[in-house]
Write a protein that binds this ligand. Sequence first.
Ligand code: PLP
Length: 400
Amino acid sequence: MKQVYLDYAATTPQSPEATKAMRPYFEKHYGNASSLHQFGQRAREAVEASRQNIAKFLNCSMAEVFFTGSATEADNLAILGVIKSSKLHIITTAIEHPAVLEPIKRLEKLGEIEVTYLPVSRDGLVKVEDIEKAIRPNTVLVSIMYANNEIGVVQPIAEIAKIIRNFRNSKIQEIITKQISNSNNQYPIFHTDAVQAVNYLDCDVQKLGVDLLTLSGHKIYGPKGVGALYVKKGAALEPIMFGGHQEQGLRPSTENVAAIAGLGAAIATISNRKSQIANIKKLRDKLLDGILKNIPKTSLNGSADNRLPNNVNISFSGVEGESILMALDQKGVCVSTGSACASGSLQPSHVLMALGLSHQQAHGSIRFSLGKYTTKEEIDYVLKVLPDIIKRLRAISPIK
Ligand code: PLP
């Protein structure tokens, strides 16, 4: 049977470059990167070479790149590491990934913080003016994702950073900053989860104007179980785990050298991607147009313009997304309902609900996410099998 993988937002296949970069650190150079002998030094070299690749990609210094065990961990560090005392305020959005929302909810539940969850428009976009209105003197953190994992909508991160900078320069902020940190650290700190953006968007942190940025290995054709957090020099962040002195003491744990080497190799291959992105976008548009034209009662979720080039999220009226997923799987096509993390849950996607969709529309949605190995033949195949699947499921569906 034909196999068509259209779930690149859930994870990507590991590239040969990443695998090649990792192999020596399993078999030959297995030292602990903190050891002073030759084995340790070989491992250290690999960690620092990877850090250099990431720093180059983000346009920051190597000392500002911290390796973690995943993007989830990097997001948790970005949030929990900023909160040093209670009665503080965080701004985030209703459509963040659970790796951001859950640590925030945890702090909220413990009564440590107040949170503003910014709404989004029907298109999935945050209004920049809403951030201006929501900032308070005790706002210590603003966390807004660069690109959404379910609907691919891209937020205006540089514009938001400008607003935060203006606020930091105001008198009122100087006072609160002194109260919170007794130092010259500036608040609010601005964090973005760029996990889904890294493959497709400019992640130059100077241009974006962010203080913290999260990325993940396995979304960029690198290994699973490794991530990184950019921490701008001077941004006040404290560890959330305690142990050794690795990663300047911010993230103690013996470095996963092979995974870090794989991440570094994966990020190094991203730079030359213009034609690849154009091809993915062409195939994505073909898929989107084909579905909207040939299958009645379908609609695109999220902005058509401010969107990652590889994402299509469609609501199919009168059908359950899970049933579509299973039927497509039987034809060899792998897609997702909402996010991989939300699948298995009976709750409708919090992202689609935040767009204002009904429960039924949210439950009837499918995310197709393309990648660098997607072909025209694969898209043609999906467009051939999908209309019949929807027709058949609608005929037997109790939802009318
Ligand atoms: N943030 C976003 C936007 C994601 O899409 C994901 C993965 O689904 C994560 C964070 C978590 O990444 P990881 O699997 O590396 O923990």
